[in-house]
Design a protein around this ligand. Structure first.
Ligand code: G4P
Length: 284
């Protein structure tokens, strides 16, 4: 299948993001812990030049804990400040304030030398669509925060959320674009449900996922569906259809239905905590 995708609203989002980035000191970049590289923006280093950076492995509850740890080490080896979080439950989110101080140490020190005290760090959350930006902002900002903005000197429409002392967060996240032209990236984004399913042929996607799982987690499909799971992917999909009673009207196997069921099981975590990208680094 050809994994092609470029959502129409992206050009406007990119322009807004480039405008907002000028206003901030710190970028809080969300990636999906199941595919930390494919869910990243290819130009982030250029976009974030001169800014402090935090990388958050979001949806870490759906990813393999062994690889969460490896990915943390990977990003740390690239001098990033990293944390694993689950924005849905808020787990890990509390530790971010401490990390902000660390990530912005130089800026805070520079301000202090210039006699500027108590100037808050201004931060923006960025990430590709569906990575969990809004969920994260809600979890991080919670109800206790006060909104600034619509005051003289604050650009109309831009809202800064005051996060205790020393940090202000832009309430609208920056939407980044993934590496569209890379088919492997497109495929992985489709696996996690971050590509419009309407442009996807579900049973082909399911077969690609089966192939990946056979390589990376060979026990997963046999255990979940009580099947052998070692044949070519289309046969495995048929096994899943049989095992789950996916039949059409004439009692023929309904592979579309089995494919949707498999994808939903994967995306919701019912297949277990599965990381589809592994870090490759000499330090690991
Ligand atoms: P976005 O702003 O980056 O586009 O993403 P958004 O917050 O809308 O989140 C996209 C989906 O990811 C939502 O699911 C959200 O609940 C889920 N999500 C965000 N963070 C986490 C996380 O850490 N763990 C898990 N398991 N899920 C997370 P949805 O199906 O679109 O909505 P809902 O049914 O959960 O309400």
């Amino acid at each position: 299948m050809n994994y092609q995708w470029y959502p129409g609203h992206m050009t406007k989002a990119v322009r807004m993001m480039q405008e907002n980035i000028k206003l901030i000191d710190l970028i809080i970049e969300l990636v999906d812990a199941r595919i930390p590289l494919s869910s990243r923006n290819p130009d982030i280093d250029k976009l974030a030049a001169g800014k402090s950076r935090i990388v958050l492995l979001n949806k870490s509850d759906l990813a393999d804990p062994v690889y969460n740890r490896q990915w943390i080490r990977f990003f740390e080896s690239q001098n990033a400040h990293v944390l694993e979080v689950n924005s849905k439950t808020g787990s890990g989110v509390k530790s971010i304030q401490g990390l902000v101080q660390e990530a912005c140490k130089e800026k805070i020190e520079r301000d202090r030398r210039r006699g500027i005290v108590n100037r808050p760090v201004r931060a923006m959350v960025v990430g590709i669509p569906n990575v969990g930006k809004s969920t994260f902002i809600n979890a991080f900002a919670g109800k206790a925060c006060t909104k600034t903005g619509n005051k003289p000197g604050v650009t109309k429409g831009k809202q800064w959320i005051r996060m205790g002392k020393g940090l202000e967060l832009l309430d609208t996240p920056g939407i980044l674009w993934p590496k569209f032209e890379d088919q492997q990236v497109g495929m992985r984004l489709a696996f996690i449900g971050s590509m419009n399913d309407e442009v996807i042929i579900m049973d082909e996607l399911a077969c690609d996922l089966i192939h990946c799982l056979q390589q990376l987690y060979p026990q997963t499909l046999p255990q979940r569906y009580d099947i052998c799971g070692t044949e070519e992917p289309p046969f495995v999909l048929a096994e899943i259809a049989k095992s789950r009673g996916c039949y059409g009207r004439g009692q023929e196997l309904d592979l579309e239905k089995a494919a949707s069921l498999l994808m939903e099981d994967y995306r919701s975590g019912r297949l277990g905590r599965i990381t589809l990208e592994r870090p490759v680094s000499p330090g690991l």
